[in-house]
Write a protein that binds this ligand. Structure first.
Ligand code: SF4
Ligand code: SF4
Length: 355
């Protein structure tokens, strides 16, 4: 069965705002049927690491806010803290980053909430009975939201080939513990050269998994909760990025399914195909786009919208996959295939054009 994906290109009349196209695209997905008055609706996006300029410009979220306010829902912007140490490791730095990158109240008129708590500790296990995972660990305010508009910047990605709706749902909605589960199969490690033996990680660890001898060392009691990473003032606790890229994509598909399940499918997806950079917006910088801007898509199916976005980018290269050229060790289709196997959506789609 084919899913419907709505598409609007960038060609436009000079008196007509492209933002109206985004509004029309969302309305085609019947948000009035999905969301009710007073509901707390998450606008899940990526605020971009400080220094990056490829992320979705905040003004593109204004039509999303307008549609949700028009339905008398109570929308909020959201993302989760990062696994690694950077400007989005804890909610305080993350919210500074939100404002510095232009997503503040003065631009969008709604608050931003970092969905997994002060240091990424607010995590809820959602059972999924997947092929690889029995449950996924999601940011609590994602699970507690009444619905979501998932606005994703479609671009290249060094682990999954491309990042779109599935990536935004999975890695983007997982708690820090969940992100660690997708990226790593071993416990975090302490960089001995950076450790000052201050002991702060000891107090944060609820599992007696850290000893100081004479610097911090993580032992076999570690459960992979990832709490210690965010408390270290020296950024001395790091991750072993040792999960295979294939398995990370498979787990991503199962995490995305977990979000879809916990929100009972009350999600509208919007993919933005501009500034299609070769790598993730998590970097503090970005390379030139790999092709020209393409347009905007919407759907109620995250698999179909990513497949359609992927196909539209490949069309720019005569049907050839540019992401595989950039990352020859990757098979980006794994995330699509396993998401479809999980019942998250369909790779078969029909495009409906919206003026
Ligand atoms: S918090 Fe960081 S610097 Fe302090 S003991 Fe732990 S690893 Fe070392
Ligand atoms: S990941 Fe969690 S359990 Fe493991 S050492 Fe860090 S705080 Fe302790």
């Amino acid at each position: 069965m084919k899913s419907i994906v709505y598409f609007s290109g960038l060609k436009n009349k000079k008196h007509s705002s492209p933002l109206n196209k985004i509004k029309k695209l969302i309305n085609r997905c019947e948000p009035d049927r999905l969301f009710a008055k007073g509901e707390l609706i998450a606008i899940k996006t990526h605020f971009g690491e400080l220094g990056n300029t490829a992320f979705i410009p905040p003004i593109y979220l204004r039509p999303v806010v307008e549609v949700l306010k028009g339905l008398k829902t109570n929308p909020f912007l959201t993302d989760t803290n990062t696994l690694y140490v950077g400007m989005r490791t804890n909610s305080v730095d993350h919210l500074h980053n939100v404002n510095w990158n232009g997503f503040g109240y003065s631009t969008l008129g709604i608050p931003a909430i970092i969905a997994d708590g002060l240091r990424g500790e607010n995590s809820i296990d959602v059972p999924i009975n997947g092929k690889y995972l029995s449950a996924v660990k999601l940011a609590s305010d994602i699970v507690n939201a009444d619905g979501m508009v998932c606005v994703s910047h479609f671009k290249g990605h060094e682990v999954s080939g491309f990042g779109g709706a599935i990536k935004n749902l999975s890695m983007g909605c997982a708690s820090r513990q969940g992100k660690l589960e997708m990226h790593s199969v071993t416990r975090p490690k302490v960089h001995q050269d950076k450790c000052t033996a201050c002991g702060r990680c000891l107090s944060a660890c609820a599992h007696d998994a850290i000893v100081i001898k004479p610097k911090a060392f993580i032992n076999e009691n570690c459960t992979g909760c990832a709490r210690c990473i965010a408390v270290c003032p020296e950024g001395a606790i790091g991750i072993n990025w040792d999960e295979t890229v294939e398995n990370t994509q498979l787990k991503m598909a199962e995490y995305a399914y977990g979000v879809h399940k916990s929100l009972k499918g009350k999600i509208v997806y919007v993919n933005i195909l501009i500034n299609i950079s070769p790598a993730c917006d998590c970097y503090p910088g970005n390379d030139a786009p790999i092709c020209g801007d393409i347009g905007f898509l919407s759907s109620q199916d995250p698999v179909a919208i990513d497949q359609a976005s992927y196909d539209l980018v490949m069309n720019q290269f005569g049907g050839k996959d540019p992401f595989v050229d950039i990352y020859p060790y990757l098979t980006p289709e794994i995330q699509l295939k396993h998401s479809e196997e999980m019942g998250l959506g369909s790779r078969q789609y029909e495009i409906k054009y919206v003026e």
